[in-house]
Design a protein around this ligand. Sequence first.
Ligand SMILES: Nc1ncnc2c1ncn2[C@@H]1O[C@H](COP(=O)(O)OP(=O)(O)OP(=O)(O)O)[C@@H](O)[C@H]1O
Length: 360
Amino acid sequence: MADRERILKIRDLNISFKTDNGNVKAIRGVNLDLYKGETIAIVGESGSGKSVTTKAIMGILASNGTIDSGTIDYVWYDEYTGERQERDIVQMSERELQKEIRGRKIAMVFQDPMTSLNPTMTIGRQVMEPMMYHYKKSKQEAYQKALELLELVGITDAEKRMKNYPHQLSGGMRQRIVIAIALSCDPYVLICDEPTTALDVTIQAKILELIQEIQKKKNLSVIYITHDLGVVAKVADYVNVMYAGKIVETGTINEIFYDPRHPYTWGLLSAMPDLDTDDDELYTIPGTPPNLIYEVKGDAFAPRNKYALNIDLRLDPPTYYVPGSKTHKVSSWLMHENAPKVEMPEALRRRLDKMKKEGV
Ligand SMILES: Nc1ncnc2c1ncn2[C@@H]1O[C@H](COP(=O)(O)OP(=O)(O)OP(=O)(O)O)[C@@H](O)[C@H]1O
């Protein structure tokens, strides 16, 4: 643990979008760390800000979006001199982002391979092009590397596949191609946005295993964005739980799955479909997330939280470390020393104990 190297550090990130109805404060003070070779997951309901956060990391916010404040410091080693560099992506020009970051140091795998592949271009050309653009590789070199990449992502008959168009491949194959393209410029960070949602269950597991295998081989850092806690349990080292543009709880996979502290995390875990008991009644968190056009007063989760305290309605909670942990942090007034002690719902406790026993 001692020589973990942090390669991405986000501090107090605030992002808003201009809309006809007003300003949407989509990201409200996000802090996030990513270390070399490790995997973090960002989880939360739809609209919680997962995609906006990762788009900011890539410098691809929608044109009506603005980074109001905060830093996104990214570290890498110059490929020629080996010199360590640290840069704030927020301060980079569009040209620099395109040349240095997007598709090169940081690559992204989107949910639906069909929308990220060009239907009119052969697979081969799509895998070769980023290498020719970013690294000025010759056609022959790019071709060779493309073949290697296709083999790396488990595509047999790579030479023949290079001549195929996306529609000639299955969904799982297409996602493998998208991963090959993402890897073509040797990125340090791979962002996977719901990478398996569009695939059927058996293929999902294979794609997750593939990403893990490649991650180990290349010492990649991976960010998963997902609302599927089952995926998170399989792949993540650290979990960040997002609600209404804030990270409300963060910790190691064991801390989040076996000792969750935030009532929102309790809700998400209770709502997770159970793997083997289909007679379980599936829980849903009551209510809906706030409309972020309006200023949030106090804790944004309070109206949906049956454990909310009076202070939640007035003041946004600070972030507390869970006693005894250096990694587990929770933004909730319930962590205050004077707060009444509340326990997670009994049904969730039983469920988590069962998962633990089964080693899920
Ligand atoms: N271009 C935009 N203009 C206005 N609001 C936006 C824009 N993009 C995102 N938002 C708002 O920002 C908030 C966060 O959205 P985001 O897409 O990051 O959520 P998410 O957690 O990724 O959800 P999902 O799981 O559905 O992808 C939402 O309230 C969304 O409506």
